[in-house]
Design a protein around this ligand. Structure first.
Ligand SMILES: CC1=[NH+][C@H]2[C@@H](O1)O[C@H](CO)[C@@H](O)[C@@H]2O
Length: 494
């Protein structure tokens, strides 16, 4: 049986040192050893391995020195690993993952998964053998923020579909899930103080089919599940544009006090909250308060994109009233880069989404001290078609084949926004044309791992011909997992 190679891991680790004669076999006698802080990751790893190996894999307290089994330790890691990295040592007798934080152990476990045969991903018992290539890996991320965005507003996705996407992005060390919860076509999160937003504003979706929404308990369930995969949820309430679902739900939110009809087409730029009305800011304050209370993470995204029906002055007025509401809830504001027009606090994170390699406003914000989240639409938008024959997706930013998604440098893409001014990378997935998890998977794989590698691995390791080989080795794993991926002709699939 072919043993996986350390050279196949995606994202490529900072340092890999294969060792011959040090392969480790997981057997029915293997135990998992933990320390108090690593119990969560230990239980996660045990569940994963028990499912496919059929072995008992008891979780025990780690001895002072590991001599066998798989140890998850929060002591003794190489100092370069920081808060999100890990050190993995595989010898014939023992596997040891060391980190400074549980998130680092979780990242190490994702690497360990990829060093095991694809069958380890099976949901039923497989014969094995379960051999891990011997050697050492010392690894840590280039950017602290590596995100995947999912638009649940144009088409609604169930809690289980979102959880499956969480599991899939966690394979590649993505650590933030940005949920685009509201837009013109749907409001997807229950707000107790404004109940019609979800019950009426969430009833439909693009195409006029039944939509849906997350109750606050269902949303808490998604957040907790993501957290158990060390993924922080970033909720987005898009405003003042992209607000037709809210405007249709409450007439008083409209300047003329008339609620427009609900929309199920995919046009953008026609809606705006009424900037001059006091009720607008009571509404926004109530929504931000309730969403912040549901958000253990530090970020709250206020959208801000394509406010084409809001005058420039009104846009600035609106943001100057709303950004402080986010801060009052103890959250750091994120927004599409359009928000730079309002000169937001330097703590706010503009998310660059256009296609150009220069943007004066974003460059000025970076110069002031804002960190920029990089999501250029012609590189990172997973809703762009791969090519002209791709059934799903849009094409306004151009076609994005896998090589296009991979061959760019987030630390040098925008002029005047260098490595130290980049907050991280994020791959948006807009759902105008996506109906279910299969559609999500077809657009996200194999391009999401490409963006994940740009966020994690050193720029010095970026090499398309090497990456495409490593990507090919992911194919059999996705097949075992039932991931409906696009078999790009650019990748030498096994
Ligand atoms: C930030 C942003 N606003 C627009 C734009 O991206 O394109 C998306 C489709 O690619 C669309 O869904 C979205 O409403």
């Amino acid at each position: 049986v072919q043993v996986a190679s350390m050279q196949d891991v995606v994202p490529v680790p900072v340092r890999t040192e294969p060792a011959t004669g040090a392969d480790h076999a997981i057997t029915s006698g293997t135990a998992i050893y933990i320390q108090p802080g690593s119990a969560g990751v230990g239980d996660y790893l045990a569940a994963l391995l028990r499912r496919s190996t059929g072995y008992p894999l008891p979780v025990k307290t780690a001895p002072s020195t590991p001599t066998d089994g798989i140890s998850l330790l929060l002591t003794g890691a190489d100092p370069t690993v920081g808060n999100q990295g890990y050190q993995l040592d595989v010898t014939a007798s023992a596997v040891v993952i060391r980190a400074n934080q549980p998130a680092g152990l979780f990242a190490g476990v994702q690497t360990l998964r990829q060093l095991l045969p694809a069958a380890v991903e099976s949901t039923s018992t497989q014969p094995g053998p379960w051999t891990i290539p011997g050697g050492r890996i010392v690894d840590h991320p280039r950017f602290a923020y590596r995100g995947a965005h999912l638009d649940v507003a144009r088409h609604f996705f169930t809690v289980d579909e979102v959880k499956r996407y969480v599991d899939e992005i966690s394979l590649y060390k993505v650590n933030h899930l940005h949920l685009h919860l509201t837009d013109d076509q749907g409001w997807r999160i229950q707000i107790n103080s404004w109940p019609r937003l979800a019950t009426y504003g969430g009833e439909l979706e693009v195409g006029g089919t039944p939509g849906g929404y997350y109750t606050q308990d269902q949303y808490r369930d998604i957040v907790a599940y993501a957290q158990s995969r060390h993924i922080t949820v970033v909720p987005e309430i898009d405003m003042p544009g992209h607000t037709n679902a809210a405007l249709a739900s409450y007439a008083e939110l409209n300047c003329n006090n008339v609620a427009p009809p609900r929309r199920t087409d995919i046009q953008v730029g026609y809606s705006s909250l009424c900037i001059g009305k006091d009720v607008t800011y009571r509404f926004v304050a109530d929504v931000i308060r309730e969403v912040a209370a549901l958000t253990p993470g530090p970020y709250l995204h206020i959208g801000g994109d394509e406010a084409n029906s809001t005058s420039q002055q009104d846009y600035v007025t609106f943001l100057n009233k709303v950004l402080p509401l986010v801060q009052q809830q103890g959250k750091t504001a994120m927004g599409w880069h359009d928000i730079v027009d309002a000169t937001p606090p330097t703590s706010a994170v503009p998310q660059y989404w256009q296609t150009g390699t220069s943007h004066a406003g974003v460059q000025a914000a970076a110069r002031r001290g804002n960190k920029i989240l990089m999501s250029p639409a012609n590189k990172a938008y997973l809703d762009m078609k791969y090519n002209s024959s791709t059934r799903l997706g849009l094409s306004w930013a151009g076609f994005i084949e896998v090589q296009t998604a991979y061959e760019w440098n987030p630390g040098a893409y925008l002029s005047g926004v260098g490595e130290s001014q980049v907050f991280g990378v994020e791959a948006p997935l807009w759902s105008e044309t996506l109906l279910n998890i299969d559609d999500i998977e077809f657009m996200a794989f194999p391009r999401l791992p490409a963006i994940a590698e740009l966020g994690w691995s050193p720029q010095s390791t970026h090499n398309w011909s090497a990456f495409r080989q490593r990507l090919a080795a992911q194919g059999p794993r996705w097949q075992v997992m039932g991931v409906d991926f696009y078999r790009s002709s650019q990748v030498p699939w096994d």
